[in-house]
Design a protein around this ligand. Structure first.
Ligand code: PLP
Length: 397
């Protein structure tokens, strides 16, 4: 909320697509915990599953059927996932995937994209999106020079820069969000993901897709399934835990068996595969049938169209970039292709828009460098209220 010059909302409770703050104000929530709540707040199936699991104990430090079942749901949906390791956060999953990539290749360097966010892994905080972009932090203090030196940052959608980075040094992994959503939603240009697959293989580097946001959201199998591009390792989180702490990394058995105890690449976590989180994840993934994606796609489209039309009618320069379950309203007349494009947006206008929306009981992500998260709990009436509020907010601008 700093970025839009407002106090945070202190939440009293969530109900479906709505939030109620401690002062009793009600909001249409388009943040949805930044992605996990694809079924909305306090979905009865999720609450029942978590309650039932909690009554049997909250943690054991030993395997449970729940984590095997959830891993099975992952391998059925995500093409690159043959074997899955659970963690408690996306940050841990990204950190562990990089460790595995470095172990498997015997190389140190990692190539990442400007504006991509992979959690707060030390070596990946350079030119990161999400909160760092929002607060204008190019590189976090506390990251050692050695960690920073092993990270090469290139602009998204820039083939020459990727090729040059892979030529400059032996690279362990090329890591990307296949649909980056942490600089706002900035899709790859046609063919860019296949290009990444090709050049990573040529260079002997692993390709890692961070699908923490896109996994189970843009399609059952994330971006990789419809794109037809299979990474070596995939990072998952957010929807995977259905609103409880769960994340994972996954890949072919040949790679994943290098992780301890089958192999010697160490990684562990006291609460990894936590039974409550597994129950919430399972209940959530089981709701996501083809009809659910159709509904989510329709809601996303209606919202994107409505916001775009409202901006155009008010003469406010704006571009809406959207896909199933994700969208960003960029305060820019030109489409945004990379972090520089996102930074060039009218951030003051965006901030004023967000304040005006909050005043009208609609909670958009309070940063130009984030995506809106439509959910299955959002009804036509929520979209209509939002578009109406947006008309008033644009008029105020
Ligand atoms: C949220 C996010 C992460 C980090 O996940 P946490 O659970 O917050 O640690 C990693 N990658 C992407 C793409 C994310 O959006």
């Amino acid at each position: 909320m700093n970025a839009i010059g407002r106090e945070p909302i202190f939440v009293e409770r969530g109900e479906g697509a709505e939030l109620v703050d401690v002062d009793g104000n009600r909001y249409v929530d388009w943040v949805m915990s930044w992605g996990p709540l694809i079924a909305g707040h306090a979905h009865p199936d999720v609450i029942a599953a978590v309650t039932e699991a909690a009554a049997r104990g909250t943690s054991y430090g030993a395997p449970t059927p729940g984590e095997v079942e959830l891993a099975g749901e992952v391998t059925r949906r995500v093409p690159s996932a043959e074997m899955v390791r659970m963690t408690s956060s996306g940050t841990e999953a990204a950190m562990s995937a990089l460790r595995l990539a470095r172990a498997a290749t015997g190389r140190d360097a990692v190539v990442k994209f400007a504006g991509a966010y992979h959690g707060h892994v030390d070596g990946l905080l350079a030119e990161a999106g999400s909160g760092l972009a929002t607060q204008g932090i190019p590189a976090s203090p506390g990251v050692t020079a050695a960690q920073a030196a092993d990270t090469i940052v290139v602009p998204w959608n820039d083939r020459d820069a990727v090729a040059a980075a892979l030529r400059a040094r032996p690279v362990a992994a090329l890591i990307c969000e296949p649909f980056p959503a942490n600089m706002g939603l900035v899709k790859p240009e046609p063919g860019f993901l296949s290009f990444l697959r090709e050049v990573a293989s040529e260079a002997g580097a692993l390709l890692i897709f961070d699908e923490v946001i896109t996994g189970f959201r843009v399609s059952p199998g994330g971006v990789q399934q419809p794109a037809g591009v299979t990474p070596d390792l995939t990072i998952l989180g957010k929807v995977l835990g259905g609103g409880l702490p769960a994340a994972a990394y996954a890949g072919p058995a040949e790679l994943m068996e290098q992780v301890a105890p089958a192999g010697d690449v160490y990684q562990a976590g006291t609460l990894s595969g936590n039974p409550l989180a597994m129950a919430a994840g399972l209940a959530t993934l089981r709701m996501l049938d083809p009809a659910a994606y159709e509904r989510l796609g329709r809601t996303s489209e209606q919202l994107a169209e409505g916001l775009g039309r409202a901006a155009a009618d008010a003469g406010v320069p704006a571009t809406v970039q959207s896909t199933t379950g994700l969208l960003t309203l960029f305060f820019s007349s030109d489409p945004v292709h990379d972090l520089d494009g996102a930074k060039a947006c009218d951030l003051d206008a965006h901030a004023a828009f967000c304040r005006a929306m909050l005043d009208r009981g609609v909670y958009p992500p309070p940063s130009q460098f984030e995506a809106w998260f439509p959910s299955l709990a959002h009804e036509d009436a929520h979209v209509e209220r939002t578009v109406e509020a947006a008309r008033e907010a644009f008029a105020e601008l």
